[in-house]
Write a protein that binds this ligand. Structure first.
Ligand code: SAM
Length: 348
């Protein structure tokens, strides 16, 4: 690894938007010149997006899930968790609050809950779309058939978030039970793109068994997919999962990867995630300074927030939406950026 000068590699990545696998590996593994990486990434983000930070109001509408991902606190086998689902009225109330606060994108996120049939999902999408035609309806409800994705699109959904989690098949199988397949997850992402959605993908940093090689496979997969949004955040353990004893992902590596992503995908929407804010009190601010340009404030009713616990010590579970907004404004301004209260489309 010592054959590389990280300063030279950072400048090459800034200039060319890419490096060889060996060079990427050197940058990922070295913490030597993170400040330079962050400075270059911030320059690229300002060239594309100025100082604007986009907001996505997150509505965690159910924590019931048919899947059993080994890392996730809302996995099917976690019998300790009380399950919930919001009613249509509750979801519309969340949107109303979000709209009043100035948010113009609503993200419906949840476990893969079979109560929410395609008909029910389409009704919710149409309700939001007709009440707030100037807002983008985003879904993050997991792996579905192409036909389902087409129905949601026809109902008015225009964005979809589905992290690929890991692009390496062997690694994927160590994070998921055998009934889940990496090919199907990737198939979903390409279907969503073909249908015309703005697509978000991404992965956890420091998930159990992850290697530098796996991360490079993730970056190459993202180059192939060319998603509009790329969400990464540290893996954080949850006590009631098979990975309860594993180490959390590191703040430093997550920030370095945000900067690398910004340099490789200058156009991308990159969130400073809740998980990043959960492993360090200033995690999201540091994420913004490393190249992130999106924050996803929580719009879920306060009484269910504690139940959407994907990992331990998740932040913002006790506050209401209005408090979240003023807290975020302070954080964003304090970091040298400004909030854009717009729909916040990708700038390709
Ligand atoms: N069911 C939908 C799906 O599969 O995309 C959306 C909900 S899922 C809980 C949202 C994301 O949470 C996942 O893509 C995963 O990356 C992240 N996540 C789950 N458990 C986590 C953990 N322990 N630490 C960090 N992120 C986690």
């Amino acid at each position: 690894m010592e054959k590389y000068d990280i300063t030279v590699l950072a400048e090459k990545l800034y200039r060319d938007g890419d490096l060889t696998d060996d060079e990427l590996s050197a940058v990922i593994e070295s913490g030597d010149n993170d400040d330079l990486l962050f400075t270059l990434a911030d320059k690229v983000r300002r060239d594309h997006y100025g100082d604007e930070v986009y907001l996505r109001g997150l509505i965690e509408f159910t924590n019931a899930c048919k899947n059993d991902c080994f890392y996730c606190g809302i996995r099917r086998s976690n019998r300790k968790l009380e399950r919930y689902r919001l009613t249509r009225e509750q979801i519309m109330d969340c949107c109303k609050t979000g709209y009043m606060l100035g948010y113009r994108t609503f993200v419906l996120q949840g476990g893969e809950n079979q109560y929410f049939t395609d008909d029910r999902i389409c009704e919710i999408i149409s309700d939001i779309h007709s009440a707030y035609p100037d807002c983008a309806v985003t879904l993050s409800i997991g792996e579905k058939s192409r036909d389902s994705y087409e129905r949601y699109f026809a109902a008015g959904a225009r964005r979809y978030l589905l992290r690929h989690e890991t692009a390496d098949d062997g690694h994927y199988r160590r994070l998921h039970p055998s009934e889940m397949s990496p090919d199907n997850r990737k198939r979903c992402l390409f279907d969503l793109k073909e249908i015309g959605y703005q697509v978000g993908s991404g992965f956890m940093v420091g998930s159990p068994f992850q290697t530098t090689e796996n991360i490079i496979t993730d970056l190459r997969f993202l180059q192939q997919l060319q998603p509009d949004m790329i969400g990464i955040g540290p893996f954080i353990r949850h006590p009631d999962t098979p990975f309860s004893e594993h180490e959390n992902g590191s703040l430093e590596l997550t920030l370095r990867l945000i900067a690398i992503l910004r340099l490789m995908f200058p156009y991308a929407l990159i969130p400073a995630t809740t998980a990043l804010g959960s492993i360090h009190p200033k995690g999201r601010e540091m994420g913004l300074k490393a190249g992130a340009n999106v924050i996803m404030p929580n719009l879920s009713p306060t009484e269910v927030r504690e139940l959407y616990l994907l990992y331990e010590n998740k932040i913002c579970t006790g506050e209401n939406a209005a408090l979240c907004k003023s807290c975020l404004e302070n954080r964003v301004h304090g970091s040298g950026y400004s909030i854009a209260y717009t729909i916040g489309d990708v700038r390709r």
